[in-house]
Design a protein around this ligand. Structure first.
Ligand SMILES: NC(=O)c1ccc[n+]([C@@H]2O[C@H](COP(=O)([O-])OP(=O)(O)OC[C@H]3O[C@@H](n4cnc5c(N)ncnc54)[C@H](OP(=O)(O)O)[C@@H]3O)[C@@H](O)[C@H]2O)c1
Length: 320
């Protein structure tokens, strides 16, 4: 089955995830969807110093939004902030240093953000990592899991009460089309059994993000949730984690701005908010989160179990 899934995914990727399909899709985009001012609206973007996150932060700052950049490297983040302010003329851009793999710190950051800020309209969970080998954090968690799943879970869970209070509240998760090759697996969350295959571990975490978004949408009907695939985009993550893929596909990869287009559309457009909550997007349209005949659908029980397991795990790291 995994051979079929990988093949079907790659064929789909060649025809949908590269630059040309984006250019073709963009012919049906409604330009005025993005011709909006978001002055007075507050956005938080993780991993905003680089690639898709940075392109999203810049586009939102250009439209007048207040941007909170959540980044793990202070120097890189400050440099990106200075560039964004210079390019957009918007000074309402703030840096917060946070490593999402440090679970207790994620709680502390989110709780402190809630104390200091009255408004958060939109949270964009963009930061992500592909590990080449299994690594554990000082808290004993597998690093891809704590960054891509548990950190996202805690940040979102902790901030939802603040987001819910804001007008037109939205949460967006940047997943990956790689999740299409994975069925939800809840029995090996720490990837400590069997051979560690970094890209497949990442793909599983990206599947978990899709399931989580669907579950959040059900649990919090006043917030608009969405999860999206940016396409294959030329960014440091791809160049570092998948050098062969990057080398052979480089001329076909999307720019970070092209990859960020649907994130931006989901974050600022009126059109996006009219769609149902909890759905998976590609190039501004809702698309199925499963490949045909790939047997990747999970049961409601498994999906609830994932949330319950994350909730239990999150609580053990919650500061008292
Ligand atoms: N590029 C693609 O083709 C593609 C395809 C599908 C999905 N995506 C998704 O798009 C998102 C953005 O990635 P990108 O392609 O734009 O790559 P990128 O330019 O390398 O950006 C990744 C960002 O995540 C940050 N990050 C990684 N681990 C972190 C941690 N533990 N704590 C806080 N921040 C952390 C990175 O910080 P540093 O700069 O400090 O490393 C960086 O800012 C990811 O979720 C990725 O999975 C990308």
């Amino acid at each position: 089955m995994s051979l079929y899934r990988n093949f079907a995914w790659f064929v789909k990727g060649l025809s949908e995830f590269t630059k040309n399909p984006f250019l073709a899709a963009s012919k049906r985009f409604v330009e005025k969807d993005l011709e909006v001012s978001v002055a007075g609206r507050v956005f938080m973007i993780t991993g905003a110093n680089s690639g898709i996150g940075r392109a999203t932060a810049t586009a939102i700052a250009k439209r007048g939004g207040t941007v909170h950049m959540v980044c793990r490297n202070k120097d890189k983040a400050e440099e990106a902030r200075a560039d964004i302010v210079k390019e957009t003329g918007n000074k309402e851009v703030f840096v917060h240093v946070l490593d999402l793999s440090e679970t207790k710190r994620v709680w502390e950051f989110a709780e402190s953000f809630k104390r200091k800020n009255k408004t958060l309209n939109v949270l964009i969970n963009n930061a992500g990592v592909i590990m080449s080998q299994r690594e554990t954090t000082s808290e004993g968690l597998e690093r891809s899991f704590s960054t891509n799943v548990l950190g996202v879970y805690i940040l979102t869970k902790s901030l939802i009460p603040l987001i819910e209070k804001s007008p037109d509240p939205r949460v967006i998760v940047v997943t990956s089309g790689a999740m299409l090759v994975q069925k939800l697996r809840i029995g090996n969350l720490q990837s400590d059994r069997g051979r560690y295959d970094g890209p497949m571990v990442y793909a599983q975490h990206k599947r978990q993000q899709v399931v989580l978004t669907e579950q959040w949408a059900k649990a919090h009907p006043t917030v608009h949730f969405s999860v999206m695939h940016p396409g294959w985009v030329d960014t440091p993550t791809v160049a570092t984690a998948m050098p062969d893929f990057h080398r052979s596909m480089k001329s076909s990869l999307r720019s970070p701005e092209q990859g960020a287009d649907t994130v931006l559309w989901l974050a600022v457009s009126e059109a996006a908010a009219k769609n149902p909550s909890g759905r998976f997007y590609q190039d501004r349209v809702m698309v199925p989160a499963h490949l045909p005949l790939a047997w990747t659908r999970s049961s409601t029980l498994e999906e609830h179990k994932l949330v319950a397991l994350l909730d239990d795990m999150a609580k053990t790291f919650q500061p008292h």
